[in-house]
Structures are given as C-alpha cells and as structure tokens.
Design a protein around this ligand. Structure first.
Ligand code: XIL
Length: 387
C-alpha cells in the first residue's frame, strides 16, 4: 500500500494568517426537516451523525466563488444532509492565538454560531498540533516550564471559550510518525510525550462536557501508527487521564486504498479499548482528470470506509473534510490530485454519494455487531450535545 504520508509541515504557507477574511453576511435560517440524505441514513445505520467540515468564507480554499455561497450554505446548513460540522481552520492555533497571549475567536465563532443555528453537533479542531501554529511558537526559545505554561494557557482559553459548544475536541493532532515513533514536533522536542498528557488533562479540566479525541491520518488500517495510538490510549487510561475517542482522519486515495476488512480491523482495534471512533476528515482524492473509471474507484473507497464505520458499534460518526470540491484542501497540497469531495463545482453529486448511501443502508445491522440487533444501537449511545 502506498498511502503517501501527508506533508503537513508544508501546509503552513497555505493557511494565511487570521484576518485575511471577509465578513460573513449570510445568516443561515433554521433547519428544514431533514431529507433522506447522508445524516438520515447514518442515523438509521446507528451512527450519531454524518457531517462536513466547513470554513468561514474568508478562509475557504478557493477565493472568488461568492456566487456559489448561497447554494453551498443551503446544502451545508439547511438541506438536512449534515448533522454535524467542524470548523476547517478557525479554531486552530494560528487563528486563535496568532500572537502569544492574544486570543481571537472570530473565525471559529462564525462556524460555531452557524452550527448552533442549524442544530448541528460541533466537533472542535484542534488544540495541540505541530502545523498551523502561531509563528511565534517556533520563534520562542522554550524551556519545559515555559512550554507547559503556553500549552495550558492555550487550552484554557480556547477550549474554555467553546466549553459549552463543543461536542468533541481533537485535543492532540498527528503526534506520531508512520513508524509509530513520536513526531519530533516543537512540543515533543521540549517536553517529550508529557505534552500529550498535559493537553488531555487540561482539556478535561476546562471542557468537562466535551469528548476528548486523539486525531491522526493513516489510522484507517492496522499498521505501526495504529499500534502506537492504541498504546497511547492505554497509557493515558492507565494514568487516569481522560481520553474518549480516536479520530481517523481518513484522507484516502481512490487508486490505492485499504480493504473493507482492514478498515473494520483498525476501527475494531480502537473499539476494543472502549473509546469512541469517528472518521473525522474524510475525503478521497483522485488523480486528475476526473474520469468515469476513477469516480467508480472513489465510490468504492468511500463506501468501504463509511460501511466499515457503520459496522462497528463504537464508530459514532463521519465528517467530510468539506463536501464541495472547490473548497477542498487536496489540490493545494497534493499536486495533480483533486475532486476529493462529494459535490462537484456545479453542485451535482459524485457517484460516491450514492455509494455511501447504499453502504449505510446495507450496514444498519451486521454480523460484526450481533448484540446491536433488536435493541438498536442508537438507544445505547449518549445523546450528543447539540449546540
Ligand atoms: C487543512 C485545511 O483543510 C486547509 O484549509 C489548511 O490550509 C491546512 O489544513 N489534517 C488536519 C486538518 O488535521 O486540520 C488539515 O486541514 C488537513 C490535514
């Protein structure tokens, strides 16, 4: 399998500093009753939600598409397709603490307020991540003590600000390398693995209602990174530190992908540790140009990974990393690849949309979860905090 590691360090220039934005004028209306779309079928399959990340308009990947905004907003907030959202960028360190000790919630608020109006669950992302940091974080000469203070301050302010809105927080993002060793981030270089414990402990204290997640890519099939993540969950739990979930980012490729069984094995591996699992940033990129053949491959990949989630009880939800191709990060990071979402630029849907619906319909009750039969999986899940 050749799933290219994502070179997130190279993303920094892509996200321009906070403040590039225009003001947001379109106020979403209250939701109309959910049509039989993605969220409906995900709930029928026993999941808590099917959602999409979205960005405040000034941060969206492709500028100059204002003409598409009303249709985009209609699908995002009013169509009933989505029961959950994540702000793509606005809650990251770069936007919330671009300058040390100076906090700005403007971009994140745009999405959190829209989620509240639309009655959608809000997944919040991401408190401690090596990428999209305030530039100052790289320029300070850290000691362990000053780094501890900075992490605690950041989490207290940011997770504290949205403590009543966030159903879940991605507390630590992408802490491991592909071989299962710790990524040599500024946090790790200064504090070692202690930074992860500190982040989870602090988040648990300031946002006690939120489900606390570790989130990473390439966790969608069993490998060294999934093993390292399982060990992290066990180690945190052994120390009495709260961790509630593991987020599988699920940035997949149409042409090279794990099998359904591999997905199920990876998800089950986490489920066995009694943590929730979610697909947190799902997209399936393909090598351009778009053809019937690569769209068909993409459909299989989407259906497999969502179908696997539907088959394991602890896999509680799916979030697309934007549903609309023009607002996907993929073409800006993976040269020659794109069309990773479910809606084309003209708002027609990819064949994968129907593939997902079929996968959800066909996986409502499965042999992998015989205990779910009769009782209904939904009934045993705690109610999401809808903001
Ligand atoms: C991406 C956003 O989609 C881009 O707009 C931004 O420029 C860079 O970050 N893993 C993550 C996400 O956890 O936060 C990243 O989002 C994609 C990879």
């Amino acid at each position: 399998m050749h799933l290219t590691p994502i070179l997130l360090a190279s993303l920094l220039p892509l996200a321009s500093a906070a403040g590039k934005g225009k003001s947001y004028t379109t106020e979403p209306e209250p939701p109309v009753p959910a049509k039989k779309g993605l969220d409906y079928y995900a709930k029928q399959a026993g999941m808590m939600y099917f959602g999409s990340a979205t960005d405040s308009p000034g941060q969206r990947e492709r500028a100059g598409l204002e003409a598409a905004y009303s249709k985009y907003d209609e699908i995002m907030w009013k169509s009933g397709e989505f029961g959950s959202t994540t702000p793509t960028n606005g809650m990251k360190w770069l936007f919330t603490e671009a300058e040390q000790g100076v906090f700005n919630y403007t971009e994140g608020e745009i999405v959190s307020k829209n989620a509240k109006k639309a009655g959608q669950i809000l997944r919040c992302h991401a408190l401690v991540w090596h990428s999209q940091l305030g530039l100052w974080v790289r320029n300070v000469t850290w000691t362990p003590e000053t780094m501890r203070i900075a992490i605690v301050d950041h989490i207290e302010k940011v997770a504290g600000h949205w403590k009543d809105e966030c159903y879940a927080w991605d507390v630590v993002n992408e802490a491991f390398e592909e071989d299962g060793t710790y990524r040599k981030s500024i946090f790790y270089e200064t504090l070692g693995p202690e930074y992860i414990e500190l982040a989870f402990k602090t988040a648990a204290r300031v946002a006690p209602k939120a489900k606390l997640y570790y989130n990473d890519y390439n966790l969608e099939w069993p490998n060294k990174k999934t093993e390292a993540t399982q060990k992290l969950v066990k180690d945190l739990r052994a120390k009495g530190i709260k961790i509630d979930g593991v987020g599988l980012q699920a940035h997949m490729m149409a042409e090279d992908h794990p099998t359904l069984d591999q997905h199920i094995a990876a998800i089950q591996g986490f489920a066995d540790l009694k943590v929730d699992v979610a697909l947190t940033e799902l997209d399936v990129r393909l090598t351009l140009p778009v053809t019937e053949a690569n769209l068909a491959q993409q459909k299989v990949v989407y259906a497999n990974v969502v179908g696997a989630c539907a088959q394991v009880k602890s896999c509680i939800g799916v979030t697309l990393w934007d549903f609309y191709d023009p607002f996907s990060w993929v073409p800006y990071v993976f040269s020659g690849e794109g069309a990773a979402g479910l809606w084309f630029e003209d708002f027609t849907t990819h064949p994968a949309y129907d593939g997902i619906i079929d996968a959800l319909k066909n996986n409502t009750k499965t042999p992998e979860k015989p205990e779910a039969k009769g009782k209904g999986k939904k009934a045993r899940r705690s109610r999401p905090l809808v903001v």
